[in-house]
Design a protein around this ligand. Structure first.
Ligand code: NI
Length: 164
């Protein structure tokens, strides 16, 4: 597995739902969790490894590994909160991002069981960040256009732009 970074079109695609949760998907989820930890991430979405499928994994501060397949955020709090985010696909850049403080998410886990999670704190933050990846949205889309432009310019200067 390799991390696909800013400028790679796969990060901007709307990922496709997973039809069947089978051994292949379970293996993928396990590998994603291992890779996430190796890269010191706390969340990883399939598009970040070049796979345009609706699955992400995470490990929040409760230390529980979680797998979200075909997730849907079905509720968000009106209260919002700022928190400094980073992304394995935009290494070296961190920005305060304002998001709903709490979310309710429905998804299937790696056993195909439907789960509903009401999350707050870091867990809510990671869920929203990773869920965005499945829709081709990056955290820099949720900050001021000015800051986004600066980050993109710096990033592409340092790493080059794929396809450019
Ligand atoms: Ni990310």
């Amino acid at each position: 597995m390799t991390i696909h970074v800013l400028g790679d079109p796969v990060l901007r695609e709307k990922a496709v739902p997973i039809e069947e949760i089978n051994d292949e998907i379970r293996a993928l989820a396990r590998e994603m969790l291992v890779f996430m930890k190796e890269t010191d991430g706390i969340g990883l979405a399939a598009p970040q490894i070049g796979l345009s499928r609706r699955i992400f994994v995470l490990r929040a501060d409760d230390g529980i590994d979680r797998v979200f397949i075909n997730p849907q955020i079905i509720g968000t709090s009106t209260e919002t909160v700022g928190y400094e985010e980073g992304c394995l696909s935009i290494p070296g850049f961190y920005e305060d991002v304002v998001r709903p403080e709490r979310v309710t998410v429905q998804a299937k886990n790696e056993n195909g069981r439907r789960v509903t999670i009401e999350a707050d704190g870091l867990l809510a933050r990671i869920i929203q960040h990773e869920n965005d990846h499945l829709d081709g949205v990056l955290f820099i889309d949720r900050i001021s256009p000015d800051r986004k432009e600066k980050i993109e310019a710096k990033f592409f200067k340092k790493h080059g732009k794929k396809g450019a």
